[in-house]
Ligand binder design. Structure first.
Ligand code: C2O
Ligand code: CU
Ligand code: CU
Length: 488
C-alpha cells in the first residue's frame, strides 16, 4: 500500500490564505485529560424500540485552568454524550429544549425521513418545550453526529457548544476485529476552535461572515488534551466539528494514520496517510499502531503546526491488534451517465449562493425519487483568480453518496466510500452518485456554518412515487415559526 504524505486539496485555496485567517496559538494552559463523552443511556427498551431523551441546555464548563466558561451542551454543559444506534431498531426520542431560544436536533449522517425527524429548520422546538420523534435506523456502521440546525442560528449554537457524537452499528457490515471499547481503544476526536475572552466565548465578537475562527483548538471540548494509550491499536473517530476551520491533521512523528472509514462508513480498502485534511463536518475513522512504542513514549497530534492532542503510551493491558480483511467493504461504483442535478456554489461573504439563490424554507429547489441512483454535478465557481478562492464543503441531508469524480478524474484515495460531505475546490466539478432511501424534504448546503446561515443552502424533496406526500411548506413554517427572526 502506498503511504500518502500530502493533503489532496488545492493548497492555494486553504483557509489560511484568507486575509481574516486566525492562526491557532499554542495553548498556554496545563495539559488536561482528554474528555471522553459518556454513552447515552436509554430511558427504556421495549421490544424493538429504544427510548432516549436529549436535553439541550446551558451550563458552565471548566475548560481553562481558571474561571469556568459558559457553554451549551446536550445532557451536560458542553457537547454531548455518544448516542448509539443499532441498525434495524426503532428509536423514540424526546427532545427537550432547556435553552433560552429556539433550537432543532439535526442528525447529520442518519438517513431518516425529513424534514421533521431529520431535524432541519422545519423542526424547531421552542424554549421550555419538547418534541417527540420516532424513526427506524437502517444503514451501515458509521460515525455521525448531532448538531442544531435552526436557520439562521446554526453557527452560533454550535459555537456555544451544541454537538454530539453518534455511532451506528450494523451487524451486517461491522468489522468486529476493530477496537470497540469506548474511551479505551475507540475514542472520538471532535476538533473545534474557539477564542476565549476572559475565559468566555463571544460569538458576536468573533463573528466572520466567511466562517468564524477561534485561535484555540479544542478536542472533545478539551484544551491541551492528553490521552493515555493502553492498547497497541487505537481507533480514532475524527470529526471536524469546527464552524469554518479546515482540519489538517498530522503528527510530530509522522505516525501512519490508517483511514478505514469516511463519513458514511467503511472504505472499500484502508488508506495509509501521514496527513489528513477534513473540512467542516467531514469524518474519518483512523487506526494508529503503537506497538513499536514503549511506555512513556508519546505522539503529538497536530492541526497544521499546533499540538491538539498528546497520545501518551502507558502500560498495554491487552493486545487488541487484529488482522483486517483486505476488502473492508464491497462498494459497487461502476456508474456512468450524465448528471441530472446541478449545484453551483458561488461567492464568498454575503454573496454566497447556491444556483444563484439564497435559501428559502418554503421553496423546494429540486426533486428526486427514492430508490434511484442519480448523478449530481456539484461545482465551486470561486476561481476567478487562478490558485485562489475558497474550498466549500458540500453536504447533503438524508443520504450518503459516492464521489464519482473530481474534474473528470478519480476522487481522492480516501473518497471511495460513502460520504455526506465533500469538499469542492475552486473551479472544480465534483460528480456524486446520490440515492435517497427515505422520503422527505432535505437540506443541501455548504457546511461552513456561517455560509449556511447566510443562505448558501437549498432543499430537495425525496419523493416516494408510491406514497406521494404533499408538503405545504408555508403552513409548516407558519405553524412552526412563532419567532419571526427564524423566518428567512
Ligand atoms: Cu451538519 Cu445541514 O448539517
Ligand atoms: Cu446534515
Ligand atoms: Cu461555503
Amino acid at each position: 500500500m502506498e503511504l500518502i504524505k500530502n493533503y489532496f486539496f488545492d493548497e492555494g485555496a486553504y483557509d489560511y490564505h484568507d486575509g481574516a485567517y486566525k492562526h491557532l496559538i499554542r495553548p498556554k494552559t496545563k495539559t488536561h485529560k482528554l474528555i471522553i463523552p459518556k454513552v447515552l443511556k436509554a430511558d427504556k427498551i421495549e421490544g424493538n424500540t429504544t427510548y432516549y431523551t436529549i436535553h439541550a441546555q446551558e451550563g458552565e464548563t471548566n475548560i481553562l485552568d481558571g474561571k469556568a466558561t459558559h457553554t451549551w451542551g446536550y445532557n451536560g454543559s458542553l457537547l454531548g454524550p455518544l448516542i448509539r444506534y443499532q441498525s434495524g431498531r426503532h428509536y423514540h426520542l424526546t427532545l427537550v429544549n432547556d435553552l433560552p431560544e429556539v433550537t432543532t436536533w439535526h442528525w447529520h449522517g442518519l438517513n431518516i425521513p425529513g424534514p421533521i425527524e431529520d431535524g432541519g429548520p422545519h423542526a424547531p422546538v421552542l424554549p421550555g418545550k419538547s418534541r417527540e420523534i420516532e424513526f427506524d435506523v437502517n444503514q451501515p456502521t458509521m460515525t455521525a453526529w448531532l448538531h442544531p440546525h435552526p436557520c439562521p442560528h446554526t453557527a452560533e449554537q454550535v459555537w456555544k457548544g451544541l454537538a454530539a457524537p453518534v455511532a451506528v452499528v450494523n451487524p451486517l457490515d461491522d468489522l468486529p476485529q476493530l477496537p470497540h471499547t469506548w474511551g479505551v481503544d475507540d475514542i472520538p476526536l471532535i476538533f473545534q476552535d474557539r477564542t476565549f475572552h476572559d475565559s468566555q466565548w463571544d460569538y458576536q465578537a468573533d463573528y466572520d461572515m466567511d466562517g468564524t475562527l477561534g485561535d484555540t483548538a479544542l478536542v472533545n471540548g478539551t484544551v491541551n488534551a492528553e490521552f493515555t494509550v493502553t492498547r497497541p491499536c487505537l481507533r480514532l473517530r475524527v470529526l471536524n466539528g469546527a464552524n469554518r476551520r479546515e482540519l489538517r491533521l498530522n503528527s510530530d512523528q509522522n505516525i501512519v494514520m490508517t483511514q478505514i472509514a469516511s463519513d458514511g462508513g467503511f472504505l472499500p480498502h484502508a488508506v495509509e496517510m501521514t496527513k489528513i485534511m477534513l473540512t467542516n463536518a467531514e469524518r474519518a475513522e483512523i487506526l494508529l499502531d503503537f506497538s513499536d512504542y514503549k511506555k512513556g513514549g508519546r505522539i503529538v497530534l497536530k492541526a497544521d503546526d499546533v499540538p491538539i492532542l498528546t497520545l501518551k503510551v502507558g502500560e498495554f493491558t491487552e493486545d487488541n491488534r487484529r488482522q483486517l480483511p483486505k476488502t473492508l467493504k464491497q462498494i459497487e461504483r461502476d456508474f456512468t451517465g450524465s448528471p441530472s442535478h446541478q449545484v453551483i456554489m458561488e461567492g464568498m461573504d454575503d454573496s454566497v449562493r447556491i444556483n444563484g439563490k439564497l435559501y428559502d424554507m418554503t421553496r423546494i429547489d429540486d426533486r428526486q425519487e427514492i430508490g434511484k441512483n442519480e448523478i449530481w454535478d456539484v461545482s465551486n465557481t470561486n476561481d476567478s483568480m487562478p490558485g485562489m478562492g475558497m474550498i466549500h464543503p458540500f453536504h447533503m441531508h438524508g443520504t450518503e453518496f459516492l464521489v464519482l469524480s473530481r474534474n473528470g478524474k478519480k476522487p481522492y484515495p480516501n473518497e471511495f466510500g460513502f460520504k455526506d460531505t465533500v469538499a469542492v475546490n475552486p473551479g472544480e466539478h465534483v460528480k456524486l452518485l446520490v440515492k435517497f432511501n427515505v422520503p422527505g424534504i432535505f437540506m443541501y448546503h455548504c457546511h461552513i456554518l456561517e455560509h449556511e446561515d447566510t443562505g448558501m443552502m437549498a432543499q430537495i424533496e425525496a419523493v416516494d412515487p408510491n406514497n406521494p406526500q404533499h408538503w405545504n411548506l408555508k403552513d409548516l413554517c407558519d405553524k412552526n415559526m412563532p419567532d419571526s427572526n427564524m423566518r428567512m
